[in-house]
Design a protein around this ligand. Structure first.
Ligand SMILES: [Zn+2]
Length: 417
């Protein structure tokens, strides 16, 4: 019976451990920045697993790895997948879980000799994190068609290495054209990377969409001078408005309420000395909301505040957009299917939006898309301490299995189980 299908948790956990050997950190975490030697080793491992599973493996021009299991029809595949690149201080589960659970689904289908109507594909997308090359979600963005291949190949890291050269160096500059197929549906398993599911004691998150993201870099320029001899009333000190901006971002996000969050995560003064009024301060503002109108309202309020501060403090404030993604709403049918499948399997379910960006948000523009979240212990991610209980990993992978099987519409007559 299809309802008896279950993933093998020991096999999935072993794959997670095996992949974590590539780029392993001494503190137990993983550092596998996109297109490094560690990424190459991880990719080679993934391709070897795919071939052993009998998948048809392709590498496209941005280095995305796709493995496809045949269906009864030659139509577009139902697809799952994620990414195996990490931040420099990453953990074992972000991205890796989604891709490897996809391979586990293939294992189960193969073992049960189940023939699906549609092919089932597993994708490992290049540079989801954006930790080495900007922008993030590069592989899924190029695959889906909203990012330009040539521009992404020309992206450089801090040492001037290009994506194009690094793909060639590690042997993953593939000859398959990007976007050569369009999935019939896309469904991704991911850790929540936040505290909501754990706090509420819920195992399965049916993800409703992904927050919109607005990243801005601000450069505040004033007049650098002696900290002892310059009277307070004669200063043009960019640190003071910088501090006010950080407070404004917090208070404005509080006042807007709803899903609005705001963060000043980076700030550097120049020349950054104890006895010198700074010449300039460079800082970032990260604004997120699930509602595009409200996100634009937050951007407007910030811009208005910057204008007032520049006039009041006598400083110049230059702004530069670092990233801007509109909120994404996932397919209602897929969200409903996740909730139904999870309840059938006996799990508590909660609908929630994603606060982090994911490959699924790129795919959502071209096909029915959804995600399932499992709890992150302590809500911690992008950290070697990132952890998800094996029981929750198993639950999420079983939801992935059942949902994919439904989306690929199993032909039960061909089933030998
Ligand atoms: Zn991720």
């Amino acid at each position: 019976m299809l309802t008896d299908l279950r993933i093998d948790d020991t096999r999935l956990l072993q794959r997670l451990d095996d992949l974590a050997c590539h780029g392993a950190r001494e503190d137990g975490g993983v550092s596998r920045l996109a297109l490094t030697d560690a990424d190459k080793a991880g990719r080679d491992q993934v391709v070897a697993w795919m071939r052993r599973l009998g998948l048809d493996v392709t590498i496209d021009a941005i280095g995305n790895i796709h493995g496809t299991r045949r269906g009864r029809s030659d139509g577009p595949p139902v697809m799952t997948g994620s990414h195996i690149d990490t931040v420099a201080t990453g953990g074992l589960y972000d991205g890796n879980l989604g891709g490897l659970a996809g391979l586990e689904v293939i294992e189960v289908l193969n073992a049960a000799r189940l023939e699906t109507t549609r092919p089932v594909a597993v994708g490992f997308f290049t540079n989801e994190e954006g930790a080495r090359f900007a922008p993030d979600m590069m592989g899924s963005g190029v695959h889906q068609g909203s990012m330009d291949l040539e521009a992404c190949l020309a992206a450089v890291d801090v040492n001037g290495a290009t994506v194009e050269a690094e793909l060639a160096r590690i042997g993953f500059a593939g000859d398959t054209p990007c976007g050569n197929f369009r999935a019939a549906a896309f469904f991704e398993l991911h850790i929540e990377q936040g505290p909501v599911l754990e706090r509420e004691g819920i195992t399965i998150g049916a993800v409703t969409g992904v927050q919109g993201i607005s990243w801005t870099e601000l450069v505040l320029s004033g007049q650098s001078n002696h900290a002892g001899t310059t009277p307070m009333g004669l200063r043009r000190d960019p640190m003071v408005p910088a501090a006010q901006i950080a407070v404004f971002v917090r208070d404005m996000s509080d006042r807007l309420g709803g899903s609005q969050v705001g963060t000043v995560g980076a700030l550097t003064a120049s020349p950054n000395l104890v006895n010198v009024v700074p010449a300039s301060v460079t800082m970032t503002v990260d604004l997120r909301n699930t509602d595009e109108d409200l996100l634009q309202e937050a951007e407007r309020r910030l811009a208005g505040h910057l204008d007032r501060l520049a006039a009041d403090e006598g400083v110049d404030i230059e702004t530069r957009v670092l990233a801007r993604f509109e909120p994404v709403t996932f397919d209602p049918d897929v969200i409903g299917l996740v909730a139904e499948v999870a309840r059938d399997l006996g799990h508590d379910v909660r609908r929630l939006p994603s606060g982090a960006g994911h490959d699924a948000q790129m795919l959502a523009r071209v096909c029915p898309t959804g995600m399932v979240f499992v709890p992150s212990v302590g809500g911690i991610s992008h950290n070697p301490a990132e952890h998800t209980d094996p029981v929750d990993i198993t639950a999420g992978a079983d939801v992935l299995l059942r949902t994919l099987v439904q989306l690929a519409t199993i032909d039960s007559e061909k089933s030998e189980s």
